[in-house]
Ligand binder design. Structure first.
Ligand code: SF4
Ligand code: MG
Length: 321
């Protein structure tokens, strides 16, 4: 049953003086309860915008977001509050997102008291339990962010998100700033918490290897469009889109499947002025004449596997994930 859903279409991103950046287009994505969805793409592909729109930080300028079946735009104040608490975001740089003048006790414990999830008298115990949950010594609640390592700060950020009892956590490059060994520890913490708390994640990263480690399903984005969606094992064993194949070719361990794939070539074009036709055509090793003039639709290749590439035709009519 689908009870967490984000339905998005034609989202328009930030305006600049010259033009409107179309950050994310034609994304129709349902996030199922308990699922981990990975969103992968280069910087500027619109994946952060997608995350911020789903988390309610940026409004969609077109299309809609639904939470538990309810369109966000039509929500009552009470429903809006439940949505605001139910979807929490964890960012790349925990130092920038933690107030340096606040103790962990307040960073983690203030919002749940304000929102009435815990009485003020129970705050210290509530924070201590959250700190245990994310693998931090509860004694550290009196400390300030600068007294922690990068990995510990990200655990504080996770505790702060968990304090509001979210159903969905949007992680935007949540481990990108950490050393590789610490990355693995934090990723494993995400997986443990998912099991313990029945959490749902949208896991945004430029790193397909990181996303593959935690996700059930992967969404590949390029210049504001979804180009492939599939269960993680299908993305790694039978990727259909040349861009996904190029991302796989860049991962360190090359296996037999990936030996034929060519790494990505050339520069990422400006999202302000994406190439016509298939936006990937200037960098695609398989591009042909039609690719320059006609944009390929996202089509179903198999159950749960969608790809937007002319090479993937003939196939079923356009479908949505
Ligand atoms: Fe490459 Fe053409 Fe497919 Fe785009 S549509 S990915 S340019 S082959
Ligand atoms: Mg980003």
């Amino acid at each position: 049953p689908v009870d967490l859903a984000g339905k998005l279409a034609n989202l328009l991103g930030a305006r600049n003086s010259a033009s409107v950046v179309q950050a994310v287009s034609d994304v129709d994505l349902q996030i199922r309860a308990g699922e981990v969805i990975g969103v992968v793409g280069e910087s500027g592909c619109g994946k952060s915008t997608l995350g911020r729109v789903i988390a309610g930080i940026n409004p969609p300028s077109a299309g809609e977001v639904r939470y538990e079946g309810q369109p966000v735009a039509a929500m009552t104040a009470a429903q809006r509050k439940a949505y605001g608490l139910g979807v929490q975001m964890i960012f790349q740089n925990p130092m920038a997102s933690l107030n340096p003048r606040m103790r962990v006790l307040d960073i983690v414990g203030e919002a749940p008291v304000v929102h009435g999830l815990v009485p003020a008298s129970g705050k210290a115990e509530y924070v201590a339990e959250l700190m245990r949950q994310v693998g931090l010594d509860p004694e550290y609640a009196q400390r300030y962010p600068h007294q922690f390592s990068g990995g510990q700060r990200q655990r504080i950020g996770i505790a702060r998100a968990l304090a509001l009892k979210p159903r969905l956590i949007v992680c935007d490059e949540a481990v990108a700033a950490l050393d590789v060994s610490i990355q693995a520890q934090v990723l494993n913490l995400f997986l443990e918490l998912r099991k313990e708390l029945a959490l749902t994640y949208l896991f945004i990263s430029h790193n397909l290897g990181v996303v593959g480690h935690v996700s059930d399903r992967v969404v590949i984005m390029y210049l504001g469009r979804v180009v492939e969606v599939a269960p993680t094992e299908v993305i790694f064993s039978r990727p259909a889109h040349p861009y996904t194949q190029a991302l796989l070719a860049e991962l360190p361990q090359l296996d037999a499947v990936r030996r034929d794939y060519r790494p990505i070539q050339g520069e990422l074009p400006s999202p302000l002025n994406p190439p016509p036709g298939c936006a990937f055509h200037p960098r695609c090793p398989h591009a042909f004449a039609r690719c320059k003039v006609e944009r390929p639709a996202l089509r179903a290749l198999a159950d749960g596997h969608l790809s937007a590439c002319h090479l993937n035709e003939p196939a079923a009519p356009p479908a949505t994930p």
